[in-house]
Write a protein of this length. Structure first.
Length: 501
């Protein structure tokens, strides 16, 4: 957001909260300079919509798989994978549109034949390009405005690339196994028969007709890419970035790559994996990377795999730079419960988009337990539907005061309009606010600004997305325009989601 407009600060982490410090006054008595007390970060569990897309066409009859939603020119556009029964299963890349994100239309595109008919919404057979994510590239020429990635496997015989036909895949596997049994070294086996995983790219002028790029964007060697890998363009840095499946000590993890070109990407780096604060039996499955609609913060809606339970729910991770990630709380932001029971797995798919007066992120919801029925098993029951995980705007995480608490923000430029709070309170809960001089070092008492004292603040309560703060009825901050100020907040039985000043 530009510097001449009020800035919204969401409370997604401890950033922006003055940590406080202690000092000693002239008489030798210790004092504390505005330490936060009685507050915590709390992930806010999403509501779930009823399914907005189910398996209603023959080319979707067996499964619905990963998808991506963009709000593009005021219209919701979705690219998704439909799976039809067959031997082998037939996977198609499909396209749908919506005016509101809930009622979807499958246009008859006439681009791909299915069972002798082109009256369908299929873009192409997924064996050509798996289409794991799509994004709009504002830096690209019109012919390449839309970009997409998938993961693929390259097979090599005596150093030469061969087709991925079943015969070659089988022969290479057999050669490698036989050489291993005969005691050949790994580099000798690779020289004879090798399997390498790559990220591929495709471009499009309209999101419908696609051209596969000849050269892979990245070769990750033997490391697997078996998830929905996500790519995006970062307008802040002018760089492309991608979040891929990774592995740390045989534990599924998330890694990042990217660069200034759509291709020739840097080596990957692990950015999120299970740590000692997590249970020992979980993996991080996919990233569902996207940006926050208001603040632009980097977000991940990570499907976390509970191995013994064979289930996946969704947790939130946040970042300010896309490299260093943290999680506000170790509990799901989207759980498995439904109005009639529960799902076995949820996989979020970008992007977090406005949906009327809510925010939503699309989720692939399945009932089968992970690893209990092998994917592609012809005996498996049909599965998969799409639903929204929904929040009120900016309410992914709250700064919560279960009883009474207080904190002070670090300095912000006051833009001279009003101070707006996004909050709710429980019965009997309240919020009061003062504007103060920015706390500093060495520690010293932090004075309230005249006219904006805590005692003069009109008490706030209820449920408000953008409530002005007033002091004896005065909301106007024009006297402080352009000045660095901090905000001191006291609250009880309240949740504060963001402030704008």
């Amino acid at each position: 957001m530009s510097d001449n407009r009020p800035i919204t600060q969401p409370f997604l982490d401890w950033g922006g909260i003055w940590p406080g410090q202690s000092g000693r006054d002239e008489e030798g008595r210790s004092f504390f300079e505005d330490p936060p007390q009685g507050v915590r970060l709390g992930v806010q569990k999403a509501d779930k919509s009823e399914p907005f897309l189910r398996r209603e066409r023959p080319w979707e009859e067996q499964d619905l798989s990963s998808m991506v939603v963009l709000l593009d020119g005021g219209r919701y556009r979705m690219w998704y994978v439909g799976v039809a029964p067959g031997d082998p299963l037939v996977r198609s890349i499909c396209y749908a549109e919506s005016d509101d994100g809930f009622e979807w239309h499958r246009p008859e595109l006439g681009l791909c034949e299915f069972q002798g008919n082109t009256a369908n919404n299929i873009l192409y057979d997924a064996s050509q390009f798996g289409f794991q994510s799509v994004f709009v590239d504002p830096s690209a020429p019109a012919t390449e405005r839309y970009k997409a990635i998938d993961s693929n496997v390259n097979y090599y015989r005596d150093g030469a690339l061969v087709s991925s036909a079943q015969q070659n895949r089988t022969e290479i596997g057999e050669i490698r196994k036989a050489m291993e049994l005969e005691g050949y070294a790994p580099d000798q086996i690779d020289a004879k028969a090798e399997i390498r995983h790559v990220v591929r790219g495709a471009v499009s002028p309209d999101g419908l007709s696609w051209t596969l790029l000849e050269e892979p964007l990245l070769d990750v060697g033997k490391t697997l890419l078996d998830t929905q890998n996500i790519a995006a363009y970062d307008e802040d840095t002018g760089q492309y970035l991608a979040f891929l499946r990774g592995n740390v000590e045989r534990r599924r993890s998330l890694r990042r790559t990217g660069g200034s070109e759509f291709g020739h990407w840097d080596d990957t780096r692990i950015v999120l994996t299970a740590d000692p604060q997590d249970p020992p039996h979980v993996d991080f499955y996919n990233s569902s990377y996207c940006r926050c609609p208001s603040s632009g913060r980097h977000l991940m809606f990570v499907s976390i795999f509970d191995r013994p339970a064979a289930t996946l729910d969704i947790h939130l991770a946040t970042s300010r730079d896309g490299w260093n990630w943290s999680r506000p709380e170790r509990r799901p932001i989207v759980d498995l419960q439904t109005s009639t029971g529960q799902y076995s797995a949820l996989y979020a798919s970008p992007n977090l988009v406005p949906l009327g007066d809510q925010w939503g992120i699309g989720c692939l919801a399945v009932h089968r337990l992970h690893d209990w029925a092998e994917y592609g098993n012809l005996e498996a029951d049909p599965d998969g539907e799409y639903c929204w995980a929904l929040w009120k705007p900016e309410r992914l995480v709250a700064l919560e005061a279960p009883l009474e608490g207080q904190f002070t923000t670090i300095e912000r430029v006051c833009h001279g309009d009003r101070l707006l709070l996004n909050f709710d309170t429980e019965p009997g809960g309240w919020i009061k606010v003062a504007l103060v001089e920015p706390p500093g070092t060495p520690p010293a008492p932090v004075p309230e600004l005249p006219g904006f004292e805590m005692d003069n603040c009109d008490v706030l309560d209820g449920d408000h997305l953008s409530q002005p703060v007033s002091w004896k009825g005065n909301e106007n901050l024009s006297a402080l325009a352009g000045r660095q100020v901090s905000v001191r907040i006291r609250m009880a039985k309240a949740r504060l989601y963001s402030l704008t000043i």
